[in-house]
Design a protein around this ligand. Sequence first.
Ligand SMILES: *Cc1c(COP(=O)(O)O)cnc(C)c1O
Length: 232
Amino acid sequence: MSNLIVDRVTSIRHRILQLHPDNPPQLMAVTKGHSREDAMVAVAAGVDLIGENKVQEAQRKWGTPPPCPLHFIGHLQTNKVKYAIEIFNAIESIDSHRLANAINEKNPNHIMPVMIEVNMGRESQKYGLLPEEVLPFLESAHSWPFLKFAGLMAVFPNRLDNSQEEIVKIRKFMQETGELWRICRNEGFPWAPLHDLSMGMSGDFEWAVEAGATIVRIGTAIFGPRHGSRLQ
Ligand SMILES: *Cc1c(COP(=O)(O)O)cnc(C)c1O
């Protein structure tokens, strides 16, 4: 297993470098549903970041922190904020004013890097702001002195199949996300440097890299399938 993880990290890294040799995006290993041991193999093989989507699972796994930054990428309930800000170096999944308020209130001693989650496909079953809500949200974000908006994190519809039509659709969403990110960054809000664009997963990271991602979030293509109730 561990050789397989090393090989997969190496080949994904290689592919990213081919696509973006001068300024390659960071590679996040999404370790939800996988053990600390496997995650540490991926870290040793050279991933830049670890991503988790559940606070409790991350607390169990990362009581001793990993030797690289740990990012939260799931839906964060406000009653878990106080634990999340203790263990995560960044929260990529800000999806409401309520959540931003809660983090700001709980965090009077240091400035928490956060990203806005964008629901590009406007799917009712997904969290995240709609694309047109992002800029107004950022404008109002000066009212949270303990948050630093470090980037955008995009989620996309699952591809129904491998048809050309589906591929064109997802690539269009990625281009639009890149465009939205540049527009927001150009506002130059002091509280929102937005240096990161987190997008792309196992099945579509290459297109995300081409569309300007600075972080790709990869689970399955590193660790294989997740099992049972730990799915998602
Ligand atoms: C699970 C997850 C990923 C990784 O998905 P894979 O298809 O396994 O690579 C990326 N981003 C988020 C937000 C996730 O929940």
